[in-house]
Write a protein that binds this ligand. Structure first.
Ligand SMILES: Cc1cc2nc3c(=O)[nH]c(=O)nc-3n(C[C@H](O)[C@H](O)[C@H](O)COP(=O)(O)OP(=O)(O)OC[C@H]3O[C@@H](n4cnc5c(N)ncnc54)[C@H](O)[C@@H]3O)c2cc1C
Length: 378
């Protein structure tokens, strides 16, 4: 990796673009910027790239099925799916069959509506075989469909991104935190902490790709906060019973659950709409809470027993799954998503100060929407 340090910069420490945050979005954006032949620096506070939300997630490569309440999000996922699978082939995991089951009660969609919705945006769907449907409790589940959805291996994805960043000559500064920024003439000055203390670098443009931490840099810099909702989330890592080992299930559309392969650990994640989020809050000017700090201080008591109790009512074989551990992370969304479950990107150019762009995507394939916005912006 072209790892740089603050001391290796040219005299003025000037960059065409600095990307803050080495998650999947920051890495992808740094590559996009570099391809436009800029001198680009990627700053990451952790010891490595992609250790936060880009690792701690359900690993679903979305193909639209998940968003029956937001057609545009479903359609964008459907369009982005083959592109993502192609671009990141080395991390795509296909060795399981994917099923979407429709809850009989409390579901916001019926089986008929779900099928019609999927057919409308053109994704593959077929009624599951009897063997599979018999796994479910018919009192709780109306119908089950086999669909085309994959998982990604976040560790392999990181390796792919590292290789590309190296090849493209993006400079990477690990273990450095962006603390604050301000305008200095035609440039932006960014204060970094880490290594040997504090240093200032200058850039023509800065991209804030810090996801849950987006408002931290803004708050420290006395810039307006973005409206963000945060949840402390728990994904349970489980070993599935033999019967379920080669499948993945998502129950729609309401207070239900999902299990997906988690390839880096050879286990599955179990998540539940009701029990995965432990608490939530909204960023407020004047009363800003650091999401990472909040997570660090949070007393982690697993909701696995509650998840298991509920999920086995729908799929009795889940009673035999074995709990290993939990992954905890802050999930950040735009408050508008609460109403319609959409996942539009946040792309805020010149936010609070000319040259600063704030970027956030609610799922990995949103990077293509970011790339499109970027094209228009520079
Ligand atoms: C529980 C959960 C389940 C999810 N499931 C899925 C799914 O199945 N499929 C899907 O596509 N998406 C899913 N998502 C969403 C997906 O994980 C995110 O959209 C994506 O990872 C965001 O990437 P990012 O690069 O913006 O954020 P991150 O990966 O969090 O990267 C932000 C980076 O910024 C760094 N950073 C923060 N502040 C600073 C600073 N001041 N200075 C320097 N560095 C800093 C952090 O250390 C971090 O590395 C899920 C998210 C969660 C939390």
């Amino acid at each position: 990796m072209t790892e740089t340090n603050a001391e290796n910069r040219d005299e003025k420490g000037q960059y065409d673009a600095v990307v803050v945050g080495g998650g999947f979005f920051g890495c992808h954006l740094a590559l996009e910027l570099r391809r436009r032949s800029c001198r680009v620096l990627l700053v990451e506070q952790d010891t490595d790239l992609m250790l936060r939300a880009s690792y701690v997630n359900q690993a679903r490569v979305h193909n639209g099925y998940h968003y029956p309440r937001h057609f545009l999000t479903a359609l964008r996922s459907r369009v982005n799916f083959p592109r993502f699978v192609d671009d990141f082939e080395g991390c795509i995991v296909k060795d399981f069959d994917k099923y979407y089951a429709i809850g009989r009660r409390f579901s916001k969609t019926t089986a008929r509506q779900f099928r019609a919705f999927v057919e409308r945006f053109g994704a593959p769907i077929a009624r599951a075989s009897d063997d599979i449907r018999n796994l479910f409790n018919p009192v709780m589940i109306e119908d089950v469909f086999r669909v085309k959805e994959y998982a990604f291996d976040a560790l392999r994805l990181k390796q792919i991104m590292r290789g590309r960043l190296e090849q493209e000559g993006v400079e990477i500064l690990l273990r450095h935190r962006a603390e604050m920024l301000h305008r200095e003439g035609a440039q932006l000055a960014l204060t970094l902490s880490g290594g040997q203390g504090r240093t200032d670098i200058q850039a023509r443009r800065i991209f804030n790709c810090t996801y849950a931490n987006l408002n931290c840099l803004l708050n420290n810099s006395n810039l307006p906060l973005l409206p963000l909702k945060h949840e402390i989330t728990e994904l349970c890592l489980v070993q599935l019973p033999e019967q379920l080992r080669d499948i993945s299930v998502t129950v729609m559309c309401g207070p239900f659950f999902s299990f997906m392969p988690f390839p880096p650990l050879g286990l599955s994640t179990l998540s539940h709409v009701r029990y995965t989020p432990h608490c939530h809050w909204y960023d407020q000017p004047g009363d800003y809470i650091s999401p990472y700090q909040h997570l660090q201080n949070y007393r982690r008591r697993s909701s696995f027993p509650a998840m298991l109790r509920d999920t086995q009512r729908y799929l009795p074989a889940l009673a035999d799954c074995r709990y290993h551990d939990s992954l905890w992370e802050v999930k950040t969304t735009l408050p508008a998503s609460e109403l319609d479950d959409g996942r539009p990107i946040l792309f805020a150019p010149d936010h609070g100060v000319p040259g600063l762009t704030c970027v956030m995507g609610g799922k990995l394939d949103n990077v293509y929407d970011v790339a499109q916005e970027l094209q228009g912006a520079i």
